[in-house]
Design a protein around this ligand. Structure first.
Ligand code: GTP
Ligand code: SPV
Ligand code: MN
Length: 595
């Protein structure tokens, strides 16, 4: 009953047919990437209620979508790595045996698309045909997923044509089914290059090109093929003489990647004539090139960014980016059919419809007296990078950009200095491997609790993290021109619970120091945890901070760090004898320096 004519690729044909018999859609539609097909899917999504059309005079091409109330963030406890051996998934992942996982999920997929269309989305992560790039095909019964994937990836005809030349692709199956959280599973089969996601309609759970393919599956492939797939932004910093240096930075979810990637220089630094180029805000694929240095691409073509606090003070480039062709998820709808969220530019609206579709006005509280928010704290927008005023001119280059510095960041009210530098590559890998960060609204869980989040990859590393650390150490040996490694923390508090550092655009002052270090322009102070700046080397022109704020931002409290190391030890011990010995050596050396 299902006839496939869109492709000659037998593997693709057979797989689509098989999945169709499992899910039983009423028909199959192949996504070609054309404007006319996109328009017709938008119309159907409006008719079915999946999308609400926004005010087309003020927000052309923009829509609003609301997810189910219990489907508003990634569900890490329902996310599994299904390798034959449990050991290969590692202590960092939930594991299920592949045959068990397929069997369990198959029951949830069986007939799940009845009465619906199955869309076939051929997509490329990275420019079609680049040596960096990987192809995926996502089958989904969600028009919201289709329209998001059209923004986030290169999807359509060109990819199908590429699939006539190369056979390999990641098989991605998604069905929203009936969105029942008790039947929700996000399954990865790295050994089969396959992803199955069922009963969710939220971002990272269902836009399978993003975290599932570009991080979990790609990290597995990257180790095998000797490259990096990382949860990192990529940005270029151009000096007035036209020279551009690129950096890659890993910060955990909702810890500032998007904001950093497109910052606008603060007034005080404008005289220096910096210009920022945004390459990516979430994912970096990096390779060692024949010149011995590290080159990076952003495999995505869009932003899936956090809405709350996005305004023209914090992120003017994003405000510009999301004015057209943007899909908003779980924000507040205003009476004039525009949108709002906590921390948006416009005044708090007198009334509106909240993210759950209920009438809302300021000051509402729930039964327990808690303020009811207009927008969900993890409400998001999906927008094309091409809309961004700072979008890099090298986005389509198959070669990517060369990376001068790697930055690891975390959200820590205490402990971690604003910035510090690793002594060398191995110490830098140790710094990344021992990152801890406070949880945010981006994942279901206890907000504020500190968890170990090595390289911001704890939710995204598709294999045993002990092997991942080994891979990081090995890659250092592959490079003759290694990037320097740094740690940053924009989130340190003063004794009154206020941020010590203003953050956002002011972070350029820290990046400037980092680049100065890469070019051996400034000296540092050595501390047990790494090199910290001399306060005088941070350009503070136009920024007034309280007395001795910088000293406090760079302070290292040995007792606090020794306490922190207890958590690190516990984390490392989970990996037993698999953990690279080098990391234990670094651990012991740090302990000695702190004592
Ligand atoms: P994901 O998309 O989940 O991977 O998040 P992200 O790392 O891109 O985080 P994003 O830039 O969207 O920032 C998340 C939250 O952190 C927002 O509420 C921002 O307002 C806040 N934030 C970002 N940068 C800074 C900063 O420098 N200082 C402070 N205090 N807050 C920041
Ligand atoms: C993150 O949580 O790190 C995100 C959002 O970037 S999601 O796509 O849902 O993973
Ligand atoms: Mn992210």
């Amino acid at each position: 009953m299902y006839k496939i004519t869109a492709t000659h690729n037998k593997k693709l044909k057979d797989w689509v047919t098989k999945m169709a018999y499992l899910c039983q859609p009423q028909d199959i539609v192949w996504i070609d990437g054309s404007e006319s097909q996109k328009r017709s899917i938008e119309k159907e999504a409006m008719a079915s209620g999946e999308l609400i059309e926004l005010n087309q005079d003020k927000l052309p091409g923009c829509f609003l979508h609301r997810t189910a109330v219990d489907d508003v963030a990634r569900t890490e406890h329902l996310t599994f790595i299904c390798t034959k051996k449990k050991r290969d998934a590692g202590a960092n992942n939930n594991w299920m045996a592949p045959h068990k996982a397929y069997k369990k999920a198959r029951e949830f997929f069986r007939g799940s698309m009845r009465g619906r269309t199955m869309y076939v989305i051929p997509f490329s992560m990275g420019p079609v045909g680049s040596t960096f790039s990987k192809i995926g095909v996502e089958l989904t019964d969600s028009r919201y997923v289709v329209l998001n994937m059209l923004i986030m990836t290169r999807a359509g005809e060109a990819v199908l044509r590429q699939l006539e030349k190369e056979d390999d692709f990641t098989k991605c199956l998604h069905s929203k089914a009936d969105l029942d959280i008790n039947k929700r599973l996000i399954l990865h089969f790295p050994e089969d290059n396959t992803i199955w996601s069922v009963s969710s309609g939220y971002g990272g759970n269902v836009l399978l090109g993003k975290k599932c393919l570009s991080l979990r599956i790609a990290s597995f492939l990257a180790r095998r093929e000797k490259w990096f797939a990382e949860h990192m932004l990529i940005m270029g910093i151009e000096e007035p003489n036209g020279h551009i240096e690129y950096i890659a930075a890993a910060l955990p979810s909702a810890c500032g990647k998007t904001n950093l990637a497109m910052l606008v220089p603060p007034e005080g630094l404008k005289r220096k004539g910096y210009r920022i180029w945004t390459v990516g805000d979430d994912i970096a694929w990096m390779r060692v090139d024949s010149d011995g240095s590290l080159w990076a691409i952003n495999p995505e073509t869009g932003f899936f960014g956090v809405a709350p606090s996005t305004n023209s003070q914090t992120n003017p480039n994003m405000v510009e980016t999301i004015k057209k062709n943007t899909i908003y998820t779980n924000v507040l709808l205003k009476p004039d059919n525009t949108v709002w969220w906590e921390g948006a530019d416009a005044d708090v609206p007198a009334e509106g419809i909240d993210w759950q579709g209920r009438a809302w006005k300021p000051g509402l509280v729930d039964a327990s007296g808690k303020k009811i928010l207009g927008a969900h704290p993890n409400s998001r927008f999906t927008a094309p990078i091409a809309n961004c005023p700072s979008a890099s001119f090298r986005l389509e280059q198959h070669h990517g950009v060369p990376i001068s510095a790697i930055i690891f960041g975390a959200r820590r009210q205490r402990l971690a200095p604003l910035v510090y530098e690793a002594f060398n590559w191995q110490h830098g890998v140790f710094m990344g491997a021992t990152m801890g960060s406070e949880l945010t609204a981006a994942q279901v869980g206890k907000i504020g609790e500190v968890r170990r989040d090595p390289m911001a990859m704890i939710p995204f590393c598709g294999y045993n993290m002990a092997d991942y650390f080994r891979h990081w150490l090995d890659m250092g040996k592959k490079m003759t021109k290694r990037p320097k490694i740094f740690c940053v923390n924009w989130f340190r508090f003063d004794e009154h619970g206020k941020f010590l550092w203003p953050g956002f655009k002011e972070n350029l002052r820290v990046l400037e120091w980092i680049l100065d270090r890469c070019n051996n322009k400034v000296a540092t102070q050595e501390t047990p945890i790494g090199y910290v700046p001399y306060p005088a080397d941070i350009d503070m022109t136009g920024l007034d901070l309280p007395h001795r704020a910088l000293e406090r931002l760079f302070a290292v409290d040995n007792a606090e760090w020794l306490e922190e190391l207890k958590g690190v030890k516990k984390f490392f011990k989970q990996f037993k004898q698999d953990l690279p010995q080098e990391l234990w050596l670094e651990y012991e050396a740090l302990t000695r320096r702190l004592k």
